[in-house]
Design a protein around this ligand. Sequence first.
Ligand SMILES: *Cc1c(COP(=O)(O)O)cnc(C)c1O
Length: 414
Amino acid sequence: MKMLEQGRPWEDIQKDMQARGASDAKWRDGRTAVYVFNAGEEIAAIQKEAYAAFMSENGLGPLAFPSLAQMEKDVVSMGLGLLHGPDGSTGAMTSGGTDSITMAIKTARDYARSNGRARERANVVLPFSAHLAFDKAAHLMDVEIRRIPVKTDGTYEADVPAMIAACDSDTIMIVGSAPNFPHGIIDPIEALSEAAVEKDLWLHVDACVGGYFAPFARMNGVPVPAFDFELPGVHSMSADLHKYGYAAKGASTVLFRSEALFAHMPFDMNQWSGAPMKTPTLAGTRPGGAISAAWAIMNHLGVDGYKRLQGDVCATRERVEEGVKRLGFEVLGNPMLGLIAFRHRKHHAFAIYGEIYRRGWFTSVTKEPPSLHLMLSPKHADFIDEYLEDLEASVKAVAAAEDEEKLKVDARYS
Ligand SMILES: *Cc1c(COP(=O)(O)O)cnc(C)c1O
């Protein structure tokens, strides 16, 4: 597109934009289980209004906008309150999980260096299932990533002894996920914490997709094992608000056990022509709307609201588990929250994925082992029967295609 010489009216543009959106994934009809978290129209409306209210303000200027500075503090302390942050724990809001993870690695690296360690090349040891954001951040900072295969006993959990064996004096961080994205299962954080305490290692818990889910699942009686600052080895955590916090996109939290650890995060600089500037995260300009929308949603939902929404998601996941088992699938590991991966005992998952995609569902896959993957939202409660019907049809279509293929082969050799 070349920029127009003369602009055109907003009414035109608005229509144009609506037309462009028409070919996007049909998430409002519940037909996506990745990228979007749909908690209904009321939540969406609050997100929009609360975002717009501070859309022009800039979180870069806490003195100019004490409103935003206080809302960020409130959000961080609500997060720490849910995740057993001890006295003195602290953190910041970031633009997302990748940003939170990047800042956590940067902080751990600078902390190690301040103690005279990892001066040459630092490394991070993590389970093979950990999010690729760690690799992206490590690439930026020239940190080595050591991915350790997960357990092969059907749990898909981090192999703690193997991870610890891979650590050395240049290890600045070990990682556990609560839960991981590919399987939706929670790593043995307690064992990782014990090892971290014993070996004086920095344990980061990546709770990007579970940080604002697991605490409420627990309150609802789901037997979620300890995974947060309750465990003494946990130094830092990442927890996204724009996932199961139901905030507008561009909102995550990165949290630290103490001020002393957090102190290695902000960037403070005055050797240039401009005014001195101290920024806590990667961003310079920080969208005020992302902060105000998260603050508003958290205040609107409260503990009660989150318990209800996460309870709905867990109930939907249980219906999926039952449904897919009936269709001959095996669920990977023991998912407890909103993510689930499952593979078919007879047919390749990716063939089934192709069929369900053709039926209008935009879902995801897990590569190891090849499986179908769903990240469920509260709104999926209304659509899951339809999904299971289409999944059944998809399995039948794959089976029929395989039979046909087999007949052809048989004919050729008979
Ligand atoms: C989503 C996710 C991330 C990355 O978060 P973004 O907001 O997409 O950058 C990291 N870790 C886990 C476990 C996630 O689910």
